[in-house]
Design a protein around this ligand. Structure first.
Ligand code: ZN
Length: 347
């Protein structure tokens, strides 16, 4: 089959299209093989190409965490989907037996595996996953939109709904609008009835975010975000910050938080090391929370939102599998607004 692969970690010239990759077989009675129609990129894919501490890949490693497609084959124990069904995949595979899985916290699983990072990925003609990771979608939903949906929306849903538990009327600041998680967080927080602030280093992105419902916009490059938030809220600050940027935004994210504020982080695209003044943390009684991916229950919830048309991802650009490296370059440029999609099959 065809696939987008790396043989070793490094720069994006490691990303190679191949057409001689063995087609994966069902490995267990619970497995499903999906013919991938569209896939989408996440910042995680850039980390995998560069190399993630503790993660070892084998040559011919298939990249990609997100996809949508059609069920091609199912194991004898599978009853939830059948060949021909249109489906989306939960990119996180958990064992469903450890104490964290049993308490409904699959992303904390002791054996958590993400497609494209710990298991062969989705940027290929076929991918094999446990049936519990596959949910059907109506055939009216186009494959690029469905493929752009799972990882970013799942991550944002857990951050906004489960971790921060954003309530109607609260002020929510989302850093780095344009990224997949940030755009999903904007939509989810708006649907929750929050007043949503967004930041970006690009006025064009801020303008587009307004069209998607952002109430307040701040340019990270030309304005002091914390000062601006304080000025516009009568010194009160916001209730919640959603931050996936890390080093570049951490200090001003905390500086924007009001008393009792909650900050949720799911990553550090600008760098991992941040500085927190513990005096302000205890005095203001802030809560700083980590979050990653989402549980089986949260995945079912977001797919319900997708089916109902209540949440829809923004697509920045689409590429063919052969031109997959260009898709990675687009993501690394940081200029995208929305998801970068790779169409694996001819649509
Ligand atoms: Zn587990």
């Amino acid at each position: 089959m065809r696939a987008l692969t790396i043989d070793a970690h490094g720069e994006l010239d490691q990303v190679v299209f191949r057409d001689d990759v063995p087609t994966p077989e069902l490995a267990s009675p619970d497995d499903v093989r999906v013919r991938v129609h569209s896939a989408s990129l996440n910042h995680l894919d850039l980390w995998v190409v560069q190399g993630v501490p503790g993660i070892r890949i084998s040559p011919g490693w298939i990249l990609g965490s997100d996809c949508a497609g059609v069920v091609d084959a199912v194991g004898p124990a599978v009853t939830s989907v059948s060949p021909g069904d249109h489906v989306v995949l939960n990119p996180g595979v958990s064992d469903r037996t450890c104490e964290y899985c049993l308490s409904g916290d699959n992303p904390l699983c002791l054996r958590y595996r993400i497609l494209g990072e710990h298991r062969p990925g989705t940027l290929a003609d076929f991918v094999v996953v446990p049936a519990t990771n596959v949910l059907p979608i109506p055939s009216a939903i186009d494959f690029p939109s469905a493929a752009a949906f799972p990882l970013a929306t799942l991550t944002a849903w857990r951050m906004v709904m489960t971790r921060a538990n954003v309530r109607a009327g609260e002020q929510v600041l989302v850093r780095g609008i344009g990224g997949g998680v940030a755009l999903a967080a904007l939509q989810i927080a708006k649907s929750r009835g929050a007043r949503v602030w967004v930041t970006s280093r690009s006025d064009a992105k801020l303008e587009r975010a307004r069209l998607l419902g952002a109430d307040e916009t701040i340019n990270d490059r030309t304005e002091d975000v914390a000062k601006e938030v304080r000025a516009r809220t009568g010194k009160r600050g916001v209730d919640v910050v959603i931050d996936c940027v890390g080093e570049a935004t951490w200090t001003s994210s905390l500086g924007s938080l009001g008393k009792r504020g909650r900050l949720v982080t799911c990553g550090g695209t600008s760098g991992p090391l941040v500085e927190t003044d513990v005096r302000r943390l205890f005095w203001n009684q802030w809560t700083i929370m980590g979050s990653t991916m989402g549980s089986d229950g949260e995945f079912a919830r977001i797919v319900d939102e997708l089916r109902a048309g209540r949440l829809k991802p923004t697509i920045d650009s689409e590429f063919s599998l052969e031109d997959g490296r260009q898709a990675f370059e687009r993501l690394r440029s940081g200029e995208q607004f929305g998801k970068v999609v790779i169409n694996v099959a001819d649509l």
